[in-house]
Design a protein around this ligand. Structure first.
Ligand SMILES: *[C@@H]1O[C@H](CO)[C@@H](O)[C@H](O)[C@H]1NC(C)=O
Ligand SMILES: *[C@@H]1O[C@H](CO)[C@@H](O)[C@H](O)[C@H]1NC(C)=O
Ligand SMILES: *[C@@H]1O[C@H](CO)[C@@H](O)[C@H](O)[C@H]1NC(C)=O
Length: 173
């Protein structure tokens, strides 16, 4: 016989161990769909990291960092930010200075757009290549492929022109 609290602790210990073990092997789940896998994977794979200045610059360079083109095909400014990405950053509630900005007025303004990317990465940068660290390569992939879509695409992404520009930028410091 064991005391109630001790039994509970043992049960919790066992189930955490099992779910972490299981979710390490699981890679992709629908991010916006609440569900068991979603919760398990969140516990196992940490998200979010502060983005460096050089990383910010090179993610912009990946698509040539063109601020003149405005919004095209639903993607705006040098960072090609989309509306779901903008909304997900919570910039209008997180940063009083930008409280009255909209998707269109923020993302074409370099300072506002950079703040969106910073907030987004701080909370949502993903270990896309699943090697245990979140670095600028992961942020590049998170930015252009999404927090779910970036998982496992690195080998493919490395053959794109985006990656060649990003890589040249990061390599040159
Ligand atoms: C983003 O948020 C705005 C304001 O709440 C909303 O009108 C819009 O539909 C949202 N867009 C997306 C893609 O979720
Ligand atoms: C924005 O808020 C939502 C809802 O609270 C949260 O799920 C999301 O992680 C937040 N995004 C950032 C970038 O903090
Ligand atoms: C993870 O991969 C990155 C390249 O994206 C590499 O720089 C880093 O050293 C790797 N980390 C580990 C722990 O293997």
């Amino acid at each position: 016989m064991c005391r109630l609290t001790l039994c509970l602790l043992l049960l919790v210990g066992v189930s955490v161990g099992v779910s972490v073990g299981v979710s390490m092997g699981v890679s992709v789940g629908a991010h916006l769909t609440p569900g068991t896998h979603h919760i398990q994977r969140r516990q196992a794979a940490p998200r979010g990291a502060d983005i460096s200045t050089s990383c910010l610059r090179c993610i912009c360079e990946a698509r040539q960092c063109d601020w003149q083109q405005g919004c095209q095909g639903g993607a705006c400014g040098g960072y090609r930010i989309t509306e779901p990405y903008f909304n997900h950053s919570n910039i209008t509630t997180e940063v009083p200075l930008y409280g009255d900005r909209t998707f269109e007025t923020c993302t074409v303004d370099p300072k506002c757009a950079i703040t969106v990317v910073r907030l987004y990465m701080r909370a949502l940068a993903t270990d896309c290549d699943e090697n245990g660290t979140i670095d600028c390569d992961d942020m590049m992939l998170t930015h252009y492929y999404g927090i779910e879509g970036c998982i496992g695409v690195r080998d493919y992404a490395e053959f794109t022109n985006d990656w060649a520009r990003y890589s040249a930028c990061i390599g040159s410091g």
